[in-house]
Design a protein around this ligand. Sequence first.
Ligand code: HEC
Length: 148
Amino acid sequence: MRHMMLMLALLLPASLALAQAPAPPQDHRQLVDMPDLPRSLMRADMQDHLLALNEIIGYLAENKLDAASETAEKRMGQSTMGKHAAIARGQGPGRFMPDTMQQMGWNMHDTATEFAKVAKQGDRTRALAALQQLTSSCVACHMSFRTR
Ligand code: HEC
């Protein structure tokens, strides 16, 4: 009996704490249902976008604007659009995106290409402003959509 009381005394605060756990913050993003293949292709792309962005910032810090330009176009620019079409046989992520999401994706490719052009001209301040247009495209889509 003594043991029981002790156990209760120990467990009660823990269960009270659980009952009072704060509600998780609301997620207002729209869920986009995608089969596994396009979803993992998109995830791999996303990871590479983040790597590319990090490289670009490094190049800008070293004033290597040509290298920054090249990374942006080769990894995120308009020339990378539809690269999954062949391997994924019509199962590329774009096909499963709602219109607005697809527009946001195109906008990312456009702003990456625009950044590449501006960076080539060699003015770092203007290049940074163009880079923020690109990161804004990441932010816009991330605030609006999720896939899980
Ligand atoms: C067209 C919409 C869209 C654009 C544009 C976009 N993303 Fe994403 N990204 C997503 C979605 C959707 C996810 C998955 C989020 C989820 O389901 O939780 C994601 C996930 C990610 C992830 C997490 C990958 C992982 O490890 O699971 C990274 C990193 C990322 N994005 C980076 C970027 C960067 C950097 C940019 C801009 C250069 C960018 N994304 C632009 C839609 C987008």
